[in-house]
Design a protein around this ligand. Sequence first.
Ligand SMILES: [Cu+2]
Length: 375
Amino acid sequence: MPSFTSKSLLTILAGAASVVAHGHVTNIVINGDSYQGYEINSFPYMANPPIVVGWTASNTDNGFVAPDAFSSADIICHRNSANAKGHAVVKAGDNISIQWDTWPESHHGPVIDYLANCGTAGCETLDKTALEFFKIDEVGLIDGSAAPGKWGSDQLIENGNSWLVQIPSNIAPGFYVLRHEIIALHSAGQANGAQNYPQCFNIQVTGTGTDKPAGVKGTALYTPNDAGILFNIYQSLTSYPVPGPALIKGAVNVAQARSAVARTATALTGLAAAPAATAAPATTTSVAAAPAVATTSAAVAVPTTTLVPSTTKAVTAAPTTTTAAPAATKPAKGGCRGKSQKRRAARRAAAAAAAAAAREAALARRHARDVAFLD
Ligand SMILES: [Cu+2]
């Protein structure tokens, strides 16, 4: 059972209002096997979070990395990221379906995928600043005839908030970090207005490929003034320069489709060889799939009160304070010492919780306005 301290629980409750608008990756699906990602709504509050294929990061607000942080380590695999301790196995040439929990329609922009080779020691312990990423997939502007255009992000939403990427068949076997990213451009017409949402996963690529493409450090992928970073989408557009290095030879942009989840898979650890089971026939792309798996394990860990519907973010922020308060008003067990002192402490705690919730609600309202305005 996960253990929640009252402080972290409060943080969850207060944060719930601001978490709804953006998204994060809940799981990835490879040939029917669903591997859980790093669940920002629960793992940060668990003493021993499960070993998963998704990198740990502190974007518990579902937030982004801004261009002024492009030269910081945060751009590599999101804020304060740390290596995933597990990995998934995939054959070169096979597809990986990357499932987001949600994505706001107003946040138009490209979807980009990179790989970085981890070397023979695997991806679980290496220094992330040493990773060199090469690009295997990019979809930017799809149709610019009517502003703000149709983008990779819109295709992702149409595809059930999921993205299908192919691991190029020419890639040499080995351990890699898959860096998947949406760049939201709704405010990118102004300096420092783009929003990068990178998500990283450890994979072990099998197969007979031999290519070891050169890459660039995460901190060298973009600059704030790149043509595709400082970019106004509110005009009719004929082209968009997707930022970052060029696609490698052998990169394939597969048609977007959903992947059916056949099994819940457990992340592999260490340098263990790929089990035979992962060589299962490629029955991935079926449209009927529901992204059910990731929500099951994550949802049980999180108190149901935190699952605030996205349409009611500002309004529902207030009630959470009342949920938080009972802890303070619980009948005191140890004798009668200082009843009024306890009442004062309870009032202070309730006031602090209310203030925190009010701050969060204000933030959520501001963002809701931003989203509504831009839709
Ligand atoms: Cu936003």
